[in-house]
Design a protein around this ligand. Structure first.
Ligand code: XMP
Length: 509
């Protein structure tokens, strides 16, 4: 195992992920992890991450010098490299010229970390400080015209450092450098696989939970499903999953979740489905303001969940399907609140539990999917597109009613069916139908109509922070339009939303 010691950089999880891509297990831990704990964990290597600070800052994160004497290989990246230099007697200063972005670096191939790397290679730099003088005993193994120590090493002590970021894609041979570090320097064997994550996690959960009781809020989304199956494999009937059908799910979704996780499904667990549709519609009646709707849906979820938990009584653990991007997004907390994503960090106050288990908190979405397939979860569930916690509640502009839910469910179902038939599903980031709440005049069978307009949305996105409208073939859109108008009562107009994000958001509310 490799420990990635986090000094506050942006790419910390990416480093762990790149190491895992070398089939070596890696975990990110804060720089406050004690030396004793590190010794106890007995990693094959340690990576110091980048970070926003300057090593001279009073508040800057540091580590005890003794870490360099453990005999464990260490790779320092960016701030991590400067910290290594500074703590071992080198000099770090503000660089006369900062380097940002793609930079050509001359590397010395005799270094273990640059084996097989081109002598001149493109690396990603992002620094204002630099190492102006390497510590004694260190050899400089990479440089640029303005960065005299772009990489340094002390092979006798197994210490390595790069000023640039090998973990980002823009460092063209970065993966090679990291694999050189974990294989050639740390001696890792590269036999870790996602199924080892599954096996190890199941074993760890079993040890942690013992004969305790575990409660999980299951939404049927990828993350909570994978978390629930991991728990079910680990502790079977000690796990109870509560699935709240808030009446704002996609068509047939409640039954699909029940088919997989309910008593007729393949997993051993207690499954409770709460049909809370009416309750939600009542609470949402007359409410039109998007944030008010989101708040009601989020709070009501917590109330329903608490009521169920009360029936079950005290439990020892509460499971959350938190994945790494949730951790970063909810951790930042400084950016403006555009929307309150209720299922990130919305924890019930009145559930009696001792500890939270978050088995997926170190994984990215595609890693969660891999784990899901490994666990035998059906593909349609593993590859489901993201669906927001407040569900169709934020795809119906304005007031939510049972009839509007029916309209948007049926329209969305047709849309998804036609996208699948056209073989487009895997190429689209997210696609759905929304009810605009606008009614307009139409004519159907010589009759005047005054009905709703459905908006179809499809976007391409890699991170859901920005998105472009997808170019769906016109004949597919036309087919969807015809079917919706013919098959969904209450709709007489269909529109396609061309807006990118920004300025639009992906969802409508
Ligand atoms: P927006 O609309 O903010 O959506 O551009 C970005 C992504 O987040 C999803 N989304 C949510 N997911 N709870 C969630 O779990 C929410 O409250 C929520 N609101 C939006 C949205 O579906 C898209 O994938």
């Amino acid at each position: 195992m490799i420990i990635v010691l986090d000094f506050g950089g942006q790419y910390n999880q990416l480093i762990a992920r790149r190491v895992r891509e070398c089939n070596v297990y890696a975990e990110v831990h804060p720089y406050t992890l004690s030396l004793d704990k590190i010794k106890e964990m007995n990693p094959k290597g340690i990576i110091f991450t980048g970070g926003p600070n300057s090593v001279y800052g009073e508040e800057s994160p540091r580590y005890q010098k003794e870490i360099f004497d453990l005999g464990i290989p260490i790779l320092g990246i960016c701030y991590g490299s400067q910290l290594m230099a500074y703590m071992l007697g080198g000099t770090v200063e503000t660089a006369p010229v900062s380097e940002y972005g793609r930079t050509e670096v001359d590397v010395d191939n005799s270094s273990a970390i640059f084996q097989g790397v081109k002598p001149q290679t493109i690396c990603w730099m992002s620094h204002t400080d630099y190492i102006s003088k390497a510590p004694e005993g260190f050899k400089i193994v990479a440089k640029t015209p303005v960065c005299p120590v772009a990489a340094m090493e002390c092979p006798e002590r197994k210490l390595y450092a790069t000023q640039f970021h090998p973990e980002v894609m823009h460092t063209e041979e970065g993966q090679k450098m990291l694999s050189n570090f974990v294989y050639n320097v740390c001696g890792c064997s590269g036999d870790w696989k996602m199924d080892s994550f599954v096996e190890t996690t199941i074993r760890e959960i079993r040890e942690k939970v013992g004969d305790g009781k575990v409660l999980c809020a299951l939404s049927g989304g990828v993350d909570s499903s994978v978390a629930a199956v991991l728990l079910s494999k680990a502790v079977g009937k000690q796990l109870t999953c509560v699935f709240v059908d808030h009446g704002l799910l996609r068509k047939n979704e409640g039954d699909e979740v029940e088919a997989v996780f309910g008593p007729d499904g393949p997993y051993e667990l207690n499954f409770i489905r709460v049909n809370a549709q009416e309750r939600y519609y009542k609470k949402l009646a007359g409410v039109t303001e998007p944030e008010a709707k989101r708040k009601i849906i989020g709070e009501e979820f917590i109330r329903v969940f608490e009521e169920e938990a009360k029936k079950i009584g005290a439990v020892d653990f509460l499971v959350q399907g938190t994945i790494y991007p949730d951790v970063i997004e909810s951790g930042l907390g400084k950016s403006a609140v555009i929307k309150s994503h209720h299922n990130v960090g919305g924890l019930p106050d009145h559930v009696d539990f001792k500890e939270i288990i978050e088995p997926l908190r170190l994984l990215f979405k595609d890693e969660v999917r891999k784990a899901g397939l490994e666990l035998g979860i059906p593909e349609y569930l593993v590859y489901r597109q993201p669906f927001p916690g407040p569900g169709l509640g934020i795809r119906i502009i304005g007031e939510v009613t049972a009839d509007k839910v029916r309209i948007v469910q049926d329209a969305d179902y047709i849309y998804r069916e036609e996208i699948a038939k056209a073989g487009l599903a895997k190429n689209l980031g997210q696609y759905f139908a929304a009810l605009t709440n606008m009614r307009s005049v139409g004519v159907m069978g010589d009759e005047r109509t005054y009905d709703y307009a459905i908006a179809l949305r499809a976007v391409n996105t890699s991170d859901f922070m920005t998105a472009d409208c997808s170019e769906i073939p016109f004949e597919v859109l036309q087919k969807v339009m015809t079917r919706i108008i013919n098959e969904v009562k209450g709709v007489n107009r269909v529109m396609y939303d061309l807006t990118s994000k920004p300025p639009g958001t992906i969802e409508f509310e």
